[in-house]
Design a protein around this ligand. Sequence first.
Ligand SMILES: Cc1ncc(COP(=O)(O)O)c(C=O)c1O
Length: 471
Amino acid sequence: MYKSEQLARSIRALIENGSWQAHSKLPSLREQVQRSGFSLMTVLNAYQELEAQGLVYSKQKSGYFVAGNLATQELAHHPETSLNDHIEINSQVFNFLKAMQDEDVVPLGSAFPCSDLLYNSKLMQIIAQHAKRKRSYLNSDSMPPGNLELRKIIASRYSLQGIPTDANDIVITSGALEALNLSLQALTKAGDYILLQQNIFYGAWQAAERLGLKVITIPEHPQHGFDLASFEAALNQYPIKVCWLMLNTHNPIGFTVSNEIKFEIAKLLHEHQVYLIEDDVYQELYYGVQKPLPMKYFDQHNYVLHCSSFSKTIGMGTRIGWVHVGKFSNAIQHLQLMSTLSASTLVQHALVDFLSSHHYEKHLRQLRLQLEHNKQAFYQFLKAHLSQDCEIYYYSSGYFLWIKLPEHVNSTVLYQQLLQQRIAIAPSSLFRLDISSQNFIRINCSFDLDLSMQQALLQVIYLIQHQSDDC
Ligand SMILES: Cc1ncc(COP(=O)(O)O)c(C=O)c1O
């Protein structure tokens, strides 16, 4: 047994027999070196091992503490939650996004809907008109928190959903990514714990890596999408500062969480005084009659920062997003003025005209119908051609299919093989960090399933089969 394991065991015994109570401070690293006679590295490894097991947690500059509520968790690492404190995903995402920039690559891995369905001709006309007016470039009324008329329109869209909102609650950003990143930066400091779903948009992992945060993940619930019991266990066990969650048309899996569960999440956030950054970029891409409610609707105590954008509905090139931010408006604006300054003045002006006419609603209706049609076509095609040992997750919103491949198929290897043939898919390693269960892929189904797309899909299927045969 390694010395660090030996030390971790003896500390664990002290916690188990109640000698060290929940939230009491462990001896500092130096004290422990003196007490145990082990080296600093051995003590550090032992503490980190206990942290990974969920038995202790650390606070920046304060040291290590016994985790809370251990009695109800049988003093063991909760098998459902896991700690990720060495995140290294940025270069993988960089290479993935760079590969997608080549126009000859079939973009089945892209995060954006097919551009033919976006860039609305009426919007482009309006942008062209604004481009000729000097006033449209004056940035005095588009600097943070953003164009007032645009904020009023966005606020009224919240109010229509039963979420009373004022223009001052909104900060306009350069896409949702800036809204999400600034929110996380405003609410955390290096070394803090945040909570993510086990599978989540890679932007969340990138932000955590950049800000030096420790990430606790909870697994998805096989039926409900969100696992409330694991969520509550993680909140009890770790001093979580912020959660970053997707509950509507989850990326990459696709599920939408029920209102009952959202209500319970809001209760737990309030009880534990934990903030939630809600990524809701697919909110408009539902197929049913009603737009799903965001967590903001259930948030009676202002713990939710709701982030979204127009990237998935009228095109990511518009780079206009926002955050429903409440009392953090000033903090976010401070960070924005230090970085991007403001979102495009011209596009903000043009969006005011576009959104205040009926063009946007008409565009959204057509977009939803087209996406539903294309996703169904992909689903039927894949169901007919994929082998029985693959499982396709179909949810009626958005434009992704999440596919479980046979367990021995490594989706990153598959991604690399397909890229050599100029086809891009999104492997699960972009969304989840654990090295087990890397046999999932995300496919973008927003395209017309024409002959060349069918050939690309058949190539994907062939290589999945090929990897299976090799095993
Ligand atoms: C889940 C999710 N959140 C946020 C973003 C960023 O969106 P935007 O282009 O508005 O910055 C994306 C884009 O791919 C996404 O898929």
